[in-house]
Ligand binder design. Structure first.
Ligand code: HEC
Ligand code: HEC
Ligand code: HEC
Ligand code: HEC
Ligand code: HEC
Length: 230
């Protein structure tokens, strides 16, 4: 799965919800736990035939094929007296990640389904990435006994123990001596990215590069010092 032919792709990674039964050698998931839309991209991106559609008119995250979690303005974001700027709501590109990882929406709950998908193959259950032991959650099987535990990937809506997100990068214009200046408008030469001057989930993680442990943009030992000077 980590062969160079698949480098930089989502195919066969944990974010590829097509053919998951075959890969995991079980018959339990697509069809029961979530719908297999046959196109691995549409769990995040608009289907090709909807390119240019405005998903936000239907309650979607602008530019993405997923809904804004209902907790949108109620995330408990990291806060501290030291933080230069307070953030109330995550940006769209981080809401994309949270729409699965906060465990409140089914992983197959997309705004648009691809035209090629046959709705008679809809899943009987539409489970959420949540370790909870009920028929609404992947944790029903992914409890560490029937299958690997999904709990650790469930970030929840309390983000206070996680790295802050959606705040302006403090190293812009060498504003703050504790942070390194960026190499270019999009971030750093080692791949760590800045989005509209902000730090987001995808600053550190690249879902398109499953070859690196935990999808990190650079090795964990280098990641922090990309931005923090001490
Ligand atoms: C789990 C969510 C997710 C899935 C599934 C996914 N993508 Fe992406 N994709 C992203 C994110 C997030 C970005 C923005 C990454 C960035 O800015 O570096 C992105 C960016 C892209 C880009 C733009 C690249 C760029 O440099 O701007 C293309 C093209 C793309 N994806 C194609 C695909 C294709 C094709 C598939 C299916 C094979 C796919 N994606 C599946 C999340 C996803
Ligand atoms: C469509 C649902 C969905 C979306 C959207 C999504 N994820 Fe995931 N993510 C998953 C699932 C499912 C797993 C695997 C869970 C497991 O196997 O325990 C996963 C796993 C991960 C992992 C762990 C990978 C590993 O190798 O263990 C990371 C890191 C991650 N996601 C980050 C992100 C980021 C960052 C984004 C946004 C750019 C994102 N995810 C968007 C569903 C999603
Ligand atoms: C009926 C039981 C069952 C349910 C429900 C279930 N799974 Fe699984 N899943 C399994 C089994 C069994 C495996 C294989 C053993 C393992 O990887 O732990 C597996 C494997 C996986 C893998 C690893 C595949 C790989 O290629 O590495 C992912 C990712 C995954 N499941 C995601 C999910 C998600 C997301 C949900 C909820 C939408 C879910 N599963 C619901 C039983 C289930
Ligand atoms: C500043 C960098 C950074 C940001 C921003 C960030 N992460 Fe992470 N993430 C990490 C690192 C480093 C790890 C591995 C060590 C750990 O678990 O703390 C990780 C681990 C994870 C894991 C896997 C947990 C595990 O151990 O299997 C998931 C899922 C994840 N992050 C999702 C997200 C999501 C979703 C966001 C945005 C809400 C986010 N991350 C923001 C750096 C970051
Ligand atoms: C993309 C740049 C970037 C990366 C990579 C990064 N950080 Fe940060 N970090 C920031 C910014 C920006 C802040 C918020 C600073 C502010 O606004 O005061 C911050 C804040 C923090 C805080 C809170 C500090 C406070 O004042 O409350 C901690 C702790 C932290 N980072 C740890 C880490 C660790 C550990 C890593 C590596 C896993 C890491 N950071 C990687 C940019 C980054």
């Amino acid at each position: 799965m980590s062969g160079s032919a698949l480098a930089g792709t989502i195919l066969g990674s944990k974010h590829d919800f097509t053919g998951l039964n075959e890969r995991a050698e079980v018959t339990a998931m697509p069809g029961l736990a979530f719908a297999d839309y046959g196109n691995p991209c549409v769990y995040c991106h608009l289907p090709p035939e909807k390119e240019g559609a405005d998903s936000s008119e239907l309650g979607g995250i602008p530019g993405w094929n997923r809904f804004i979690p209902a907790v949108d303005s109620a995330y408990d974001l990291y806060d501290s007296r030291n933080l230069d700027n307070k953030v109330k709501t995550p940006s769209p590109i981080s809401l994309l990640c949270l729409s699965c990882h906060d465990g409140t929406l089914a992983v197959d709950m997309t705004v648009f389904k691809p035209d090629t998908w046959n709705s008679s193959e809809d899943a009987s259950l539409h489970l959420r990435l949540n370790g909870g032991n009920s028929l609404m959650n992947c944790g029903k099987c992914h409890n560490g006994i029937a299958a690997h535990s999904i709990e650790i990937k469930h970030i929840g809506t309390d983000l206070q123990n996680d790295h802050p997100i959606s705040m302006e990068y403090a190293g812009l214009n060498s504003k703050d001596p504790d942070f390194r200046p960026v190499d270019h408008d999009y971030g750093f030469d080692n791949g760590v990215k800045i989005y509209d001057n902000k730090v987001e989930c995808a600053s550190c993680h690249n879902v398109h590069n499953p070859d690196v442990n935990l999808l990190l943009r650079t090795g964990a030992e280098r990641l922090c010092e990309t931005c923090h000077i001490k």
